[in-house]
Design a protein around this ligand. Structure first.
Ligand SMILES: [Zn+2]
Length: 70
């Protein structure tokens, strides 16, 4: 399952758009949302141990205010 989080600006800090993929930590199976609460992985049958892969989108955030600092 991949959840996409839109970019947010929080107290002057920009948190870029990113996606979080939730996998079985044991076998890397891509879990569905409905499987997150299960005790065991439906693919490998091991006790579920979540692993998250975070991927930051490379696209730049539009410059606010029009000025560009180099
Ligand atoms: Zn698994």
């Amino acid at each position: 399952m991949i959840k996409v989080h839109e970019a947010v600006k929080n107290g002057g800090i920009i948190n870029p758009k990113h996606e979080v993929q939730i996998l079985c930590g044991n076998c890397g199976y891509d879990l569905d949302e409905s499987e997150l609460n299960a005790d065991t992985c439906s693919d490998c049958g091991e006790p579920l141990n979540l692993r998250q892969n975070t991927k930051i989108y490379a696209t730049s955030v539009p410059a606010a205010g029009g000025s560009t600092l180099v």
